[in-house]
Design a protein around this ligand. Sequence first.
Ligand code: URA
Length: 209
Amino acid sequence: MGKVYVFDHPLIQHKLTYIRNKETGTKEFRELIDEVASLMAFEITRDLPLKDVEVETPVGIARSKMIAGKKLGLVPILRAGLGMVDGILKLIPAAKVGHVGLYRDPETLKPVEYYVKLPKDIEERELIVIDPMLATGGSAVEAIHALKKRGANHIKLMCLVAAPEGVEAVQKAHSDVDIYLAAMDDKLNDKGYIIPGLGDAGDRLFGTK
Ligand code: URA
């Protein structure tokens, strides 16, 4: 069973309160999502393996550390996932970025791929799938499936806010995927919104309605 981590860093929690506030406008919302994404990137990379290296300083040789192991890849789910990419890239600038776009089939109500563009070497990368809202979990489950069927084998899921239903769906479908959150909320309403949540993340990020 994949683990669930809720990042309780005070800065993340403080900024999330402003993100949730319905009075927060598009510009500030976007900036806050960007900042929280950076802070979450800091937390999610905490267990990256290190290797020992030597580096010549102006006055001697230092035994120092560098990140070892798999290279990283970010995979935002279109469109709201895009809002978190730049914040993560500020800390992990060498990460490659793929994209997954899904639409909901009006008859089956299931998410269907309409766009998938990934780095060539995804099987050698540790991938972080990004979507601010983990609601029913349908999109995240399908996006992870899209990556796995193309060879990905190390996947993490990063979301801002989740409903228990979404977490359960991902855990059931992908027991190897750990989930990283800023908050676990109460439930979904009958329109699929996370309660209390923050509303429609895509609309608030891009100023649409
Ligand atoms: N997507 C959103 O943007 N918000 C929700 O509450 C649920 C899904």
